[in-house]
Structures are given as structure tokens and as C-alpha cells.
Design a protein around this ligand. Structure first.
Ligand code: ATP
Length: 302
């Protein structure tokens, strides 16, 4: 085999309960992730050395993603190679579509795709539990990017368990032109909520809503403890959520640490029409996607 392409999805957090900062510098989370149909594709080919290239859509700034050895894909490759005691080799190409620094775990998706793709390219047959452990070392959201679907995340988000989800959910996704740094949003959460409880808010109502495929109950139960700090840092996000809800979304919410906002719709047609309304209102990039979808998976041999 000389090459292959692995596709990995963006995530949104249907529930993001954040507890008080732990001594190890992380926040305990109770989160419900959903993988949605907005993907980065990562292609790897056999090569004697190691190279990484990135293709960005026109609406992303040209320097949005690092290529000088600082990409999370370089780190994923180093970790997998070290795990097997082999050299890191390959020609890697990332075709990005997931907003960068948007609270949609695009870097984590690429890291998960790299683990799956390089495992195949190098023919090292890493057991799933080892891949999940390597993923957790790369970042809290990377294990979920491997798993996909809808899953409960605990710990710092890296412990993932699939949950029953009987719905097909339609989302309108509105990225911002300038990203937000996840650590900065967490620091702002700490400033705004110095008395946050040690235990994050549980996700029981939300888990019932998705198990029952009840869109209005889901709209009601969507919850994000990072929304207040993200909106405080970027007040225009509050206005965007109001605009989307006035235009008919069942509910709008900041995705993860933001600044991307996502709007729950009742059907594919509803999502298309809301996306057209928000584009018409002057938002340069408005996307529609459904969830849940699969985690990092092979789509073709290159
Ligand atoms: P999360 O929701 O997991 O906190 P995010 O979606 O807000 O993450 P990412 O798109 O993962 O943010 O990017 C965070 C930073 O990581 C970017 O500012 C970028 O400099 C760096 N980065 C490194 N590798 C990548 C990659 N392959 N794709 C995107 N960003 C990357």
C-alpha cells in the first residue's frame, strides 16, 4: 500500500459541565460530545522522510494552522512511532474544513486521523485501547475524535463512553473570523466563577432527550458552562445566538470554548433555510451539518 485517506469529524458539546480547577491544572468535565458531518481529510503516503502540508478553504487565514513541526499531527506521529520504536516517515497532507480554534476540536480530529492513518501506513496494528491511550496523551478531545457518534466524556474529557442517541440532529454552524484560545476561555471561567463546584453539572436531562429523540427536550437541555465566559470575551456571540433563535432555531449555543456557535434545527430543510437566513444577514461562513456521525475512519486508498 502506498497511501490512504482518513476522514475525521468536528465535535460539538451538547452538554459541557465544568467543575473547579484541579490541582493538576485541568478542570473536571462532564460533557456529552456529538460528532457532526463537518470533516478534515488527512492523506498519508509512503516517503523516506517526514513532510506535512495543509490545504485551507479560502475563508480561513493562510497561517491558521502551523506547519513548521508544531502541528498536532507531528506530535501524533512522534508518539505512535515511539510507541512502536520505529522511525517517523511519511508525506502527510491535511485538507481542513473544520474551523480552527473554533471550539470544534479540529486539531484533535487531525490527531485522531493521523493515529488511524499512520497505524495503517506503517502496518503496526496498534490495539484500540493503545490508540485511545495515545489519543488521551495528545489532548482531552482526541479519544472522542477516534470514537465519534455521541458519547459521555468525563475526567478532563478524555474518558469516553458511547451513549444511546436515537436522533438524527441537524445543526447550523457559524464560525467566527477570529478564533478563541481554549485556555483563555477556561481562565476567564475561573475569574467569572471563583466558587464553581468541584463536581460538574450532570447531563441527565440531555441524555434522556437524545435517547428519546425529542428535539424540543434537547433544545431545552443543551448546556455549556463555557458559554458565559466566551460571550463575555466576545459579546457579539450573544447577539448571534439571539439572531439565530429569532430566525427560528430551536436553540443556539456556543460550541465548546467557542467562538463557533451552533443552532439546533428540526430538519434538514429547516437547517438549510436557517443557514440561508444567517448568510443573508451578513455572516460570511455558515455551514449545515448533521450528527451523530462516525469517528476517524478510512475513506480511500490514495
Ligand atoms: P478544542 O475545541 O479541542 O479546544 P479548538 O477547535 O478550539 O480546540 P483547534 O482548531 O484544535 O482549536 O486549534 C487550536 C490551536 O492548535 C490552533 O490555534 C493551532 O495553532 C493549533 N494547531 C495545531 N495543529 C493543528 C491542526 N492540525 N489543526 C488546527 N489547529 C492546529
Amino acid at each position: 500500500m502506498s497511501g490512504l485517506t482518513v476522514r475525521a469529524p468536528a465535535k460539538i458539546n451538547l452538554h459541557l459541565g465544568v467543575g473547579a480547577l484541579r490541582e493538576d491544572g485541568f478542570h473536571p468535565l462532564v460533557t456529552v460530545y456529538q460528532a457532526i458531518g463537518l470533516y478534515d481529510d488527512l492523506t498519508v503516503r509512503e516517503a523516506p522522510g517526514w513532510t506535512l502540508g495543509v490545504d485551507l478553504p479560502g475563508w480561513m487565514p493562510a497561517d491558521a494552522v502551523p506547519t513548521g513541526g508544531e502541528n498536532i499531527v507531528d506530535k501524533a506521529a512522534d508518539l505512535l512511532a515511539a510507541h512502536h520504536g520505529i522511525e517517523r516517515t511519511g508525506e502527510v497532507h491535511i485538507a481542513k474544513a473544520i474551523p480552527v480554534a473554533g471550539g470544534m476540536a479540529g486539531g484533535s480530529a487531525d490527531a485522531a486521523a493521523a493515529l488511524v492513518a499512520l497505524d495503517r501506513l506503517w502496518e503496526v496494528r496498534t490495539p484500540d485501547e493503545d490508540l485511545l491511550a495515545l489519543a488521551a496523551q495528545l489532548g482531552s478531545d482526541v479519544p472522542f475524535a477516534l470514537l465519534g457518534g455521541t458519547a459521555l466524556g468525563t475526567g478532563r474529557g478524555e474518558l469516553v463512553d458511547p451513549v444511546p442517541d436515537r436522533g438524527t440532529w441537524w445543526w447550523v454552524v457559524v464560525p467566527a473570523e477570529v478564533g478563541l484560545s481554549t485556555p483563555e476561555v477556561y481562565r476567564h471561567f475561573d475569574r467569572m466563577f471563583p466558587d464553581a463546584p468541584a463536581d460538574p453539572v450532570p447531563a441527565d436531562a440531555l441524555l434522556r432527550a437524545i435517547a428519546d429523540a425529542d428535539a424540543w427536550a434537547l433544545a431545552d437541555a443543551l448546556h455549556n458552562d463555557l458559554e458565559a465566559p466566551a460571550v463575555d470575551l466576545r459579546p457579539e456571540l450573544g447577539a448571534l445566538i439571539e439572531a439565530g433563535e429569532s430566525a427560528g432555531a430551536l436553540r443556539g449555543i456556543v460550541s465548546g470554548s467557542g467562538p463557533t456557535c451552533v443552532f439546533l434545527c428540526g430538519s434538514a430543510d429547516h437547517a438549510r433555510s436557517l443557514a440561508a437566513d444567517l448568510s443573508g444577514a451578513g455572516h460570511p461562513v455558515v455551514l449545515a451539518a448533521n450528527g451523530p456521525v462516525a469517528g476517524a475512519h478510512l475513506v480511500s486508498y490514495a
